[in-house]
Each structure stands twice: as structure tokens, then as C-alpha cells.
Design a protein around this ligand. Structure first.
Ligand code: ADP
Ligand code: ADP
Length: 229
């Protein structure tokens, strides 16, 4: 299964051409979208996540055999397939990690209380926050919040996870922990990692694209591409 992006363009009302005819194939595994600030990474991520619309172009999630699983312009269907961890996300400071995940699972339609409990407990283990499950989110460090965000994004077993500039403000140990978690998720999911940090892409990703001023300027194997930078 992979994501096919064809001729995607977006101009904001202030005249900024954030995406210019972007065409990309994003295969299973970890995909790095590398570019400087202002390149258009968030615009592309938000468009894939159906949080904003492009002016033209298409985004399709296909299985490896080529059969259409879904057309990403069908918002409701897409959102069920997708986990999105935005660059900055707020948390409710006086809600515990456990209660918040339980609430989100309810919103995502998991009605059975026992099923939710097992799911939430498994997710908290996975992101290594089970020991602080009864702590309020307001007490979490940056790294803990990021891992909480991943747990949140994983509810509902998404086929595609989008992570926008995840490691800003994390210390090296937290970054490592976060990277290991992403690599684990990438084993059976499409993971798109948007970042301006070259090493994050070369260390973690099997494929990548470089985006600059709204245009894809290169795409391929990280080690080949970065050698040319
Ligand atoms: P649109 O151009 O799609 O009509 P708006 O200009 O109304 O969107 O802005 C939508 C959101 O994006 C607002 O929250 C706004 O603060 C934010 N925004 C506006 N300009 C920029 C920018 N240059 N970079 C990042 N975010 C911006
Ligand atoms: P990146 O994530 O690579 O930093 P963005 O997609 O945030 O890039 O921004 C690409 C360009 O579009 C920038 O020039 C930015 O200022 C502009 N931009 C982003 N969001 C908006 C918005 N909502 N309204 C107007 N301009 C925006």
C-alpha cells in the first residue's frame, strides 16, 4: 500500500504559492519530507490529512497491487485511515493521559468499554507512558507530550501516520526514544516524517523527497540524495 500524490498545487489567499505541482509516490515504511522552513511541508501534510484543500491535483491511497483502497478527498473515510501528529498540538492540562486516550477512542467509535481499556493500556505501554497514565497531561515534558501524541494518532489502527517536525525542543535521549518508536510503527504503516533535520531522514527513512519553495526538487534514497547536497 502506498500514497500517490499527483500534481498538487496550493496558493493561499495572500498570494503565496505554497505547493507547485507536487507529484510524489510515498511507499510503505518511513518516508522523509525534508525542506527548510517555509518550503511547504506543513501545507502538504495538512492537505494529505484533509485539513485543508489543494487548488488542484489528487491524493490517493492505493494498495501495492494498484487497486484503489481509498481516495483521500473522501474526508470521512480518509480520517479513519489516518493518524496525524501536527507540529504543535495542545493538550488539556487537567486531564490524565489515560482518560484522554479513552475519550478519543470513544470519539473514534470504540463503544465497548473493555475494548477501550485494553486498547488504551496497550498504547500507553507502546509509547512507554504507562507509569504516568494517571498523571495530568499538563505535567508532561515535551518528549512525553510527543509520545502521547503518537499514542493518540495510533487509535483506530491507521494505515498512514503523518508526523510534522516532531523533535523540535526534545533532548537527545527523548529524540532517540521517539525515533525508535517511529521506526517500529513504520514496519507496518506508511509513516511520513516532515523535518528540516537531514540526520533525522538519513537515520530513519528508507525513501525521501526534498521540497523547496513549494516544489519537489529531488526524490529517492536518503543516502544517495544527501550525498549530493
Ligand atoms: P487562507 O489563505 O487559506 O484563506 P488564512 O490566510 O485565513 O488562510 O489563514 C489560515 C490560518 O493560517 C490562520 O490561522 C493564519 O493565522 C495562518 N497563517 C496565515 N498566514 C500564515 C503564514 N504566512 N504562515 C503560516 N500560517 C499562516
Ligand atoms: P514549512 O512547513 O515547510 O515551514 P509551510 O507549508 O508552513 O512550510 O509554508 C509554506 C509557505 O506558505 C510559507 O511561505 C508560509 O508563510 C505560507 N503559508 C503557510 N500557511 C499559510 C496560510 N494559512 N496562509 C498563508 N500563507 C501560508
Amino acid at each position: 500500500m502506498q500514497l500517490e500524490i499527483r500534481n498538487l498545487s496550493k496558493t493561499y489567499s495572500n498570494g503565496v504559492h505554497a505547493l507547485k505541482d507536487v507529484t510524489l509516490t510515498i511507499p510503505q515504511g518511513m518516508f522523509g519530507l525534508l525542506g527548510p522552513n517555509g518550503a511547504g511541508k506543513s501545507s502538504l501534510m495538512r492537505t494529505i490529512a484533509t485539513l485543508q484543500e489543494a487548488d488542484s491535483g489528487s491524493i490517493t491511497l492505493t494498495d501495492v497491487g494498484g487497486a484503489d483502497l481509498n481516495v483521500l478527498t473522501q474526508k470521512d473515510a480518509t480520517r479513519r485511515l489516518l493518524g496525524y501528529l501536527p507540529q504543535e498540538f495542545g493538550v488539556y492540562p487537567r486531564v490524565t493521559a489515560e482518560a484522554m486516550l479513552d475519550h478519543i477512542a470513544t470519539l473514534k467509535g470504540i463503544a465497548n468499554g473493555r475494548e477501550r481499556k485494553e486498547l488504551v493500556s496497550g498504547l500507553l505501554q507502546k509509547v512507554n507512558l504507562h507509569t504516568v497514565r494517571k498523571k495530568n497531561l499538563g505535567t508532561f515534558s515535551g518528549g512525553m507530550k510527543q509520545r502521547f501524541g503518537i499514542a493518540q494518532a495510533l487509535i483506530g489502527n491507521p494505515r498512514l501516520i503523518i508526523v510534522d517536525e516532531p523533535t523540535a525542543g526534545l533532548d537527545p535521549a527523548e529524540r532517540n526514544r521517539f525515533h525508535n518508536l517511529l521506526a517500529e510503527i513504520g514496519e507496518n504503516t506508511v509513516v511520513i516524517l516532515s523535518t528540516h533535520i537531514v540526520e533525522d531522514v538519513t537515520n530513519l527513512c528508507s525513501d525521501m523527497a526534498i521540497i523547496c519553495l513549494g516544489e519537489v526538487v529531488a526524490q529517492g534514497n536518503p543516502n544517495d540524495l544527501v550525498a549530493d547536497l
